[in-house]
Design a protein around this ligand. Structure first.
Ligand code: GLA
Length: 384
């Protein structure tokens, strides 16, 4: 540890003897369907997980910020509130420090504070551990700045968390993860229309239908992912420009056929067809037909693999193994290039699906995946 880290830890220990002023949590997420559409004005259907990042916060009497994590790989961070901003910090602390900066930019006078975080959202698994960190810290800081927790505040916090990620961390992600972390409704997925930010809970009724949602974490993240997300976004912007629409989500499949560049046509076909699949899946769920959604999940995966080219051999392997062992449908979830897949599985078939996924990865010499049976959890909240 560096000298600065030693000092930070010693000071933090002193502060925590008085106890935190509160503890806030925010959930990770899986996206059920609607992948790579949130930056295209499309609709997506993420679900908050029953796994969270918790932030225990202690207000200081000065303008210092100290951030620490129980993750042994996470270096503590110390800085002044006024010094936070783009370029001020890299690594995990950038998400939390970035949010404190963005809240100040939004006119919220956050106090100096010590923040200690702990998370049971698997890191780097494509389950939005970073958005859960941003949103737990955002809600904590806003409440400690005297703001009352209401829907208008939560909209401001979503914007601040997105700015932190885009401008401080430097990841050009859309807003799906932050929106579901702050607006999720327990027991339901959240339909987000990213054209206007309007959201609606969609109760899934999985347990009533005898179904389990399984997350299969491939425990692999291909480094190539970093620039690829931005490249996909640029392809979408170029396709929208060529079609004369503001965002690709406004285009139709007939429009897409007018694109002459095969790569841009494939990217656009994914976006437009994926948004249609979201609408179909939501209609099925609302009609009490969740058990008929499997083929839409499979079609989404094929489109992400073939047209959007964001899958990976690990994801294709677990998706194929899950469906051949009894899952009704399966697909990669999140940004891709590794991370996690989801599978919709009859409860009685869960052991077979888990075994098949492990076997398929072992046969191909791939990293042993981890499976998690998940349910829908609540949005960010104060728990203490
Ligand atoms: C990442 C981003 C989201 C979204 C997904 C793909 O999770 O953070 O904004 O774009 O990829 O759907």
């Amino acid at each position: 540890m560096t000298g600065q880290s030693d000092r930070a830890v010693a000071e933090l220990a002193r502060a925590w003897r008085a106890g935190p002023d509160g503890v806030w949590t925010a959930p990770g997420r899986v996206n059920l369907i609607g992948e790579h559409v949130d930056y295209n004005g499309g609709r997506c259907l993420p679900m908050a997980l029953d796994r969270v990042t918790a932030a225990a916060v202690h207000v200081r009497g000065d303008d210092q910020v100290q951030l620490s994590s129980d993750d042994p790989d996470a270096e503590p961070f110390t800085g002044r509130l006024t010094d936070l901003g783009p370029g001020c910090v890299s690594g995990w602390a950038g998400y939390a420090a970035g949010v404190l900066w963005a809240l100040q930019q939004a006119g919220i006078e956050v106090p100096g504070m010590d923040v200690a975080v702990s998370s049971d959202v698997p890191l780097g698994a494509g389950l939005s551990s970073s958005a859960s960190l941003e949103c737990a810290v955002a809600l904590a800081a806003a409440e400690l700045a005297g703001r009352s927790d209401d829907p208008a505040l939560r909209r401001v916090l979503i914007g601040a968390a997105i700015r932190a990620e885009n401008e401080v961390v430097g990841a050009a992600t859309g807003g799906m993860d932050q929106t579901v972390a702050l607006l999720a409704v327990e027991g339901a997925a959240l339909l987000i229309d990213t054209r206007d930010g309007v959201t609606a809970p969609v109760p899934l009724g999985l347990a009533e239908a005898g179904l389990q949602l399984l997350v299969i974490d491939t425990r692999v993240r291909h480094e190539l992912a970093d620039g690829q997300y931005g490249k996909r976004r640029a392809d979408c912007e170029e396709a929208a420009r060529l079609l004369g629409v503001g965002l690709l989500g406004e285009a139709t499949l007939a429009d897409v056929d007018r694109l002459t560049d095969p790569r841009l046509r494939a990217r656009a076909r994914h976006v437009v067809s994926e948004i249609a699949r979201v609408d179909e899946l939501v209609a099925l769920v609302r009609a009490g037909r969740v058990a008929e959604c499997g083929s839409l999940l499979n079609a989404s995966h094929a489109s992400l693999r073939d047209d959007y080219e964001v899958s990976a051999v690990e994801l294709d392997t677990v998706v194929a193994a899950a469906t051949s062992a009894g899952a009704l449908g399966a697909r990669m979830t999140g940004g891709g290039f590794g991370g996690s897949a989801i599978a919709l599985v009859p409860e009685s078939a869960v052991p077979d699906v888990e075994a098949a996924v492990l076997r398929a990865c072992a046969e191909r010499g791939l990293t042993r995946p981890a499976t998690l049976a998940v349910t829908s959890g609540p949005a960010a909240r104060r728990v203490f």
